[in-house]
Design a protein around this ligand. Structure first.
Ligand code: AKB
Length: 353
């Protein structure tokens, strides 16, 4: 696996790259990476950036559900064609269950708006790259026994999402496949550019810098950040709950590596990526090793527990390893010792001193 800072240019042109959900941690890592390659970037988010983006980036404040707003993003850097879209904006699983209509509009219709934009305003000589973070939420198990018996699962089975978020991600993946392969089969006039659609099914993500909101894997990062702040954490799942996780730097490396991979090396459009798969109790153990004052209690929430119980214990990421050299830098112990604990401790020490 190449180092993120050395990964080759994903799209060797001088077109425009659109990053949606750019205000989040992934966006803040991807935008500088794109700028280092000389790209012109439109950084789109629902809220205006708290601090201005550097030169070469135009901020676009708006909603991916708004088709005319999405279309207007292609005009923000002069006449350049759309060379790539990194579509990071999404409503996560718990928030989506609370508002399924909103989740469908953002996660499915919003994705369709961006795919149409890429297809209609893309580079004529080369299909525009479209990178979509998907999720382990596309998988679904009916019982804990079935989940435990399945072990690490590959991309092609158990596609029985039990959340509107998982269903939406599955639909968005299928829309991507459609725009890559079949869009405008009929001669209806207008542009016909295929889209180079690529997607990664992410596990829960652990970051030392940000606490996610609206997800169901959030108990992992919440436990860590609460302990670093000296707060009691009431974990909303049972101690034996187990799903895959990875660190945020590894998640960003995965996006950069898949984006940069030559199309000829890819045997599929949608990939699993794995790193480690701790139970909630094992995460609590790592937290307590580095933050001995951590106070973690368990108060399972039936609905959120059912979601986590329906997600796989582990994923088989052999295709990503073979096709584009995926290899996580952090295992569980390394993630806490080298990245999460030192950084989260420094972060809250700085805010309380
Ligand atoms: C969520 O919990 O919704 C996300 C995910 C696993 O996709 N973190």
């Amino acid at each position: 696996m190449t180092d993120a800072s050395c990964t080759p240019d994903p799209t060797p042109g001088d077109g425009l790259v659109i990053v949606t959900g750019a205000g989040g941690e992934m966006g803040h890592a991807l935008v500088p990476w794109l700028l280092r390659q000389g790209k012109r970037v439109v950084a789109m988010d629902l809220r205006p950036p708290p601090t201005p983006w550097p030169d070469g980036v135009v901020a676009a404040t708006g909603d991916v559900r708004d088709r005319s707003f999405v279309a207007s993003m292609a005009d923000l850097h002069g006449d350049r064609p759309v060379e790539a879209v990194f579509h990071l904006a999404a409503v996560l699983s718990t928030a989506a269950e609370r508002n399924p209509e909103l989740a469908h509009e953002v996660n499915v219709l919003g994705t369709m708006n961006l795919l149409s934009l890429a297809a209609e305003r893309g580079t004529p000589d080369r299909p525009p790259l479209f990178l979509l973070p998907s999720s382990i939420a596309v998988y679904g198990f009916d019982s804990l026994e079935a989940k435990r018996a399945a072990g690490p699962i590959d991309e092609d089975g158990h596609l029985a999402a039990r959340t509107i978020y998982g269903l939406g991600k599955l639909a968005a993946e299928e829309l991507g496949r459609y725009y890559a392969t079949f869009f405008r089969q009929l001669d209806v006039g207008g542009a016909r550019s295929a889209v180079d659609f690529r997607s990664i099914r992410f596990p829960g993500i652990l970051s030392a810098d940000t606490v996610p909101s609206g997800g169901t894997s959030d108990y992992g990062p919440e436990m860590l950040h609460a302990a670093a702040k000296g707060e009691i954490y009431r974990c909303f799942v049972r101690p034996d709950s187990r799903i895959p996780f990875m660190t945020m730097p590894d998640a960003i490396r995965a996006i950069e590596a898949l984006a940069a991979a030559p199309a000829a090396a890819l045997s599929r459009r949608v990939y699993n990526v794995g790193a480690f798969a701790p139970s909630a109790e094992e995460i609590a153990g790592f937290v307590a090793t580095h933050l001995p004052e951590a106070r973690i209690e368990y108060a399972p929430d039936a609905a959120r527990q059912a979601i986590v119980d329906s997600w796989p214990e582990a994923v088989d990421d052999g295709a990503a390893r073979r096709d584009w050299g995926w290899s996580p830098r952090h295992d569980a112990a390394g993630a806490f010792a080298e990245y999460l604990a030192p950084r989260v401790i420094a972060r809250y020490a700085a805010t309380t001193s």
